[in-house]
Ligand binder design. Sequence first.
Ligand code: GSH
Length: 237
Amino acid sequence: MAQVSLLTQIEYSFPNDIIGPNPPKVALLCEELNIKYNVKALEFGEKGVKSPEFVALNPNGRVPAIRDPNNNNRIVWESGAILFYLAEHYDKTGAFFGRNVDEKTDVMQWLSFQLSGLGPSQGQVNWFIHYFENASGEKAPASVTKRYQDETYRIYGVLEKQLERQKAKGFEYIVTDRYTIADMANYPWLKIHGMKPLTTYLFWFCISLLLLTLLRHGTTRIYKLSTTWCICRKNCQ
Ligand SMILES: N[C@@H](CCC(=O)N[C@@H](CS)C(=O)NCC(=O)O)C(=O)O
């Protein structure tokens, strides 16, 4: 089977090995499904993700995107859609997405929760704390940053309660009785909480999810690999 290309960005390397949270979701699934893939790193900005060549593939000019040579070089973009696509095509057992419509719906709920809640909210904290001043020449109003921090903590709290309910049933991951694409979507965002800076200090079940996922073979492999996706911060601004 030919290798799937995972188009991702050149990321900045922080001292504690932080990489952008969206492309790794796809790599996590490829690892679990043993899909061979190669990583093509793109820069932020006009020379990379916003270049005409890339925007012709993904009109939103963001990563990840994939090219699948086993399906007429089909391009898929948006991490949620990519997880769906790969799981439907390459996971015949339904282990990672769901074995029936009800399981798939449960998984979609927690995947959508990340795509529409955790990601955008935590992403705004990141923007206001790390980039706003550079882009606009003034400090971000504290009330705006606080609004997104509070919302991100509220979202961590929702996840925490779900993990607690799961634990009571004897399960460790976010939904169903196993590791799914919902975990693969939420994990990379939780992993970089320290960059914002946010803390998961009061979210014990979230910390346990972080540790459990970190110990998976595929996770260790992709975050090791990520050093090859990481170029020094100054090169991508
Ligand atoms: N909703 C998108 C978000 C993708 C996204 O924001 N990716 C970031 C990297 S983690 C990006 O490409 N940023 C480049 C830019 O905003 O120009 C997804 O889940 O795939």
